[in-house]
Design a protein around this ligand. Structure first.
Ligand code: SER
Length: 318
């Protein structure tokens, strides 16, 4: 059995990814790391956890050697909205932190390095409808620029050193877990506010359409790609998507379950970011090369989110 190492484990994705990895690969084969103290969920699951700041090059290498790691999932990142508030922090974590992981992977002959990319890697000059896998990438956020850097460096190390680098351009990822610092996060907070207050003030305009996927599909795409046969891969970074909608369409769908729910709009700086991102993604390259197929459509996502968030809040809505 291979040994897996995850950074940024207590982020929105990590909180679902780690339990799924324990089930799939066995508790003894997964090492979770993050900057914070171990959280109660991981403690309960008896996760092997170490505090690690990815900017700590030596701390990182020591753990990779100690556990004889084969595969790294480098999830630690400052997201788009936090990055715009603190570009220097985003630079040190997203660029320098990634570089430490990349170099350690090369020097220690790590079998595979997986790093998420994002729809934020695209920008205003990209064709924003049905965005192809290979297209113009001139992002306007520090977060987006870091994702283009990660994709290009990963691909460069693949060609130059044979590093088995793989990346997925995640759209907005939806789960009942509280997200942190992203722009697509509105599509999670809307469920919290709908269930608590029957009202949500959205920081994006009504008509800003973005690609999204449910966490179950995010995990499926991640496992499918990291387990894909290398000989099938012609690309290193892949578009993946599950659905596309705008805040108004989401509010209308929520109204089918909560008829009294109301939304209003106070767009802020995140509106411009979201408008520079694709409205929909063409993920045919992922479908062709490693058989990607999403499972959860928009109509099923809404009740799944209502169930999940109401359970977390201890509120019944039915
Ligand atoms: N979900 C991310 C964000 O909004 C995009 O990858 O920052």
């Amino acid at each position: 059995m291979k040994k897996y190492f995850v950074t940024g484990s207590y982020g929105q994705i990590g909180m679902d990814l780690i339990p799924a990895m324990l089930e799939r690969y066995g508790k003894e084969n997964v090492v979770a790391t993050g900057r914070k103290k171990i959280n109660p969920t991981f403690k309960e699951l008896d996760v092997i956890y170490h505090r690690l700041d990815v900017r700590d090059e030596y701390g990182l290498r020591n753990l990779l050697v100690e556990y004889d790691i084969d595969i790294i999932l480098h999830n630690a990142s400052v997201l788009s909205a936090t990055g715009e508030k603190n570009p220097q922090l985003a630079h040190s974590i997203n660029f320098e932190g990634f570089y430490n992981v990349l170099e350690a992977s090369r020097e220690l002959n790590i079998e595979q390095l997986f790093v998420p990319s994002s729809i934020a890697a695209f920008g205003p000059t990209t064709p924003l409808v049905n965005t192809p896998n290979t297209t113009i990438m001139e992002p306007s956020s520090i977060y987006g620029i870091s994702k283009v850097y990660i994709e290009l460096m990963g691909s460069y190390y693949n060609k130059k050193y044979g590093l088995n680098f793989r990346s997925l351009r995640y759209p907005g990822v939806l789960s009942p877990e509280e997200p942190g610092g992203g722009t697509t996060d509105y599509a999670i907070w809307i469920f919290y506010e709908a269930l608590k207050n029957m009202k949500y003030t959205c920081f994006l305009s009504a008509d800003v359409t973005l690609p999204m996927m449910m966490m179950s599909d995010c995990l499926k795409s991640t496992f499918d790609l990291i387990e894909a046969d290398d000989s099938k891969l012609k690309h290193r970074s892949f578009n993946v998507t599950g659905m596309s909608f705008n805040p108004e369409e989401l509010a209308n769908e929520i109204n089918k379950y909560l008829p009294d729910f109301k939304i209003d709009y106070e767009p802020d700086f995140r509106d411009a970011l979201a408008r520079s991102w694709p409205q929909s993604l063409d993920d045919s390259v992922a479908r062709e090369e490693w058989g990607w197929e999403p499972e959860l459509p928009f109509e099923k996502m809404v009740p799944a989110m209502l169930d999940g968030v109401s359970e977390r809040l201890g509120i019944s809505y039915k």
